[in-house]
Write a protein that binds this ligand. Structure first.
Ligand code: ZN
Length: 477
């Protein structure tokens, strides 16, 4: 047997490890709403943020509000006419776009709601800016929970996703990295990202997902990529009820082989929370620790890492898990009792951090998993000779980080209260501890200076030609 069930050990922090973590958050994101009854609720990102702040993680990482992605930036992947449509359509003028609604697949799953384009801009901006900071070595880990919208296609909305922030972030990483690995632990197949890079060996996509009578229907183990991209799409189709130990055993083995063979120089990890036990749409049985173990394992390879959000439809559990994972990325195990936070009432009756598994049946037999793993490893052997790509300077970087300004007070966003902002506040003698003891309260004092002005991280787009990216055009092979 290639597959071996390993015990699930508790996650431990690594002594003396310090990673520089850049966390992207825009307080506006929680205000967007897909509509009554829709399972996708951006509010969960705000809930996660409040937990993260009230656990004190602002002391450990730098907090930024990204400049929203521009139309031109979006069109590095998406078509002009699709982005044009997203920019123009509103609930009020929707009837003028009958034809486009069908063409671009907006409607029930992907409704047109107020502020849709701004919402896309926030999601895309965080992933692009996170990638830009990783590129310049300004951080080791970048986090954007407003991102991870992996179903969006070049010219079509899909599965609650409109803009594919992940593809935009990876395109940014490809300016500096010869090979980028994308890992997806959402319960759904990461089809939009896979499709975008299906024909290239510069990106390997690796998706673990429920397969069989489940959205979006793709992600068969036999889908491995085409042309130069052959063997560079890895699909791990799973059945209902996978538990922590099973997921860990399979995930670690697959990822170890992937990294050994492919040797990426940067990793993007999509942390969709719908693979958690008890998700409103999902059917896996991962506890918070089972989900977070993936984050901890990927982090252990010490490669530049971008962490994005994704699905997740039981809001309180998504918020818990993303907070816990933010702790892990900062080498801290958060305590079991939730701190008081803006959404405390959501976490009753126990007000604990943990997301526990249920007693559901695990339909993934050791025999099935062994067959899967055997085939996956066999495919990976074809990627043994990692493609050699000579990198050269590419002029159209998103971010001009050539000066010292980014480390100044103005350049740091204080939305959630970065350590800099907090220190600054202390120096000014503001008694922020009396401000309800809430980090959001702390931040809000400083935010006021920025709220009506420009986002505080200054990004200049250099001339970006016509905005179309051909993957091969950004290498010199
Ligand atoms: Zn999903």
């Amino acid at each position: 047997m290639v597959y071996e069930l390993k015990p699930f050990d508790p996650i431990k922090p690594i002594p003396n490890e310090k990673k520089r973590v850049a966390y992207f958050y825009d307080a506006d994101v929680g205000n967007y709403a897909y509509g009554a009854g829709h399972p996708m609720k951006p509010h969960r990102i705000r809930m996660a943020h409040s937990l993260i702040m009230n656990y004190g993680l602002y002391k450990k990482m730098e907090i930024y509000r990204a400049k929203p992605a521009t139309r031109e930036e979006m069109c590095q992947f998406h078509t002009d006419e699709y982005i044009d449509f997203l920019a123009r359509v509103t609930p009020d003028n929707l009837e003028l776009f009958q034809k486009e609604q069908a063409k671009f697949n907006v409607g029930e799953d992907c409704p047109v709601f107020d502020g849709l384009f701004e919402y896309c801009g926030i999601s895309g901006g965080g992933s692009m800016e996170g990638a830009a900071r990783l590129n310049r070595g300004k951080c080791d880990v970048a986090i954007n929970y407003a991102g991870g919208l992996h179903h969006a296609k070049k010219s079509e909305a899909s599965g609650f996703c409109y803009l594919n922030d992940i593809v935009l972030g990876i395109i940014e990483l490809l300016r500096y990295h010869a090979r980028v690995l994308y890992i997806d632990i959402d319960v759904h197949h990461g089809d939009g990202v896979e499709e975008a890079f299906y024909t290239t060996d510069r990106v390997m996509t690796c998706s673990f997902h429920k397969y069989g009578e489940f959205f979006p229907g793709t992600g068969d183990i036999r889908d491995i990529g085409v042309s130069k991209g052959k063997y560079h799409s890895v699909n791990v189709p799973l059945r209902d009820g996978i538990d922590d130990a099973t997921y860990k055993s399979l995930f670690e083995s697959v990822i170890k082989h992937v990294i050994d063979w492919y040797q990426p120089s940067a990793i993007v990890l999509q942390c969709g929370g719908d693979s958690l036990s008890g998700d409103r749409l999902g059917c896996f049985n991962l506890s918070m620790n089972g989900h977070a173990n993936c984050v901890n394992y990927v982090k252990s390879f010490n490669l530049p890492l971008m962490v994005v959000g994704g699905g997740g439809y039981t809001m309180r559990n998504v918020a818990r898990t993303w907070a816990y994972e933010t702790g892990i990325l900062n080498n801290e195990i958060l305590g079991p009792d939730l701190p008081y936070n803006d959404y405390y009432e959501y976490y009753g009756p126990d007000y604990k951090l943990d997301v526990r598994p249920s007693n559901m049946l695990n339909a993934n037999s050791p025999e099935y998993l062994d067959k899967l793993l055997t085939q996956l490893i066999k495919n990976l052997e074809h990627t043994k000779h990692a493609p050699s790509v000579q990198m050269h300077y590419t002029p159209n970087d998103r971010e001009d980080l050539g000066d010292v300004e980014e480390d100044s007070a103005e350049a740091k966003d204080t939305k959630g209260g970065s350590q800099y902002a907090i220190d600054n506040t202390i120096q000014q003698g503001n008694e922020f501890y009396e401000d309800d003891d809430k980090a959001e309260g702390i931040g809000s004092k400083n935010i006021e200076n920025h709220e009506n002005g420009e986002p505080t991280v200054d990004i200049k787009m250099k001339d970006s030609s016509n905005g179309k990216i051909n993957i091969d055009s950004i290498s010199s092979t």
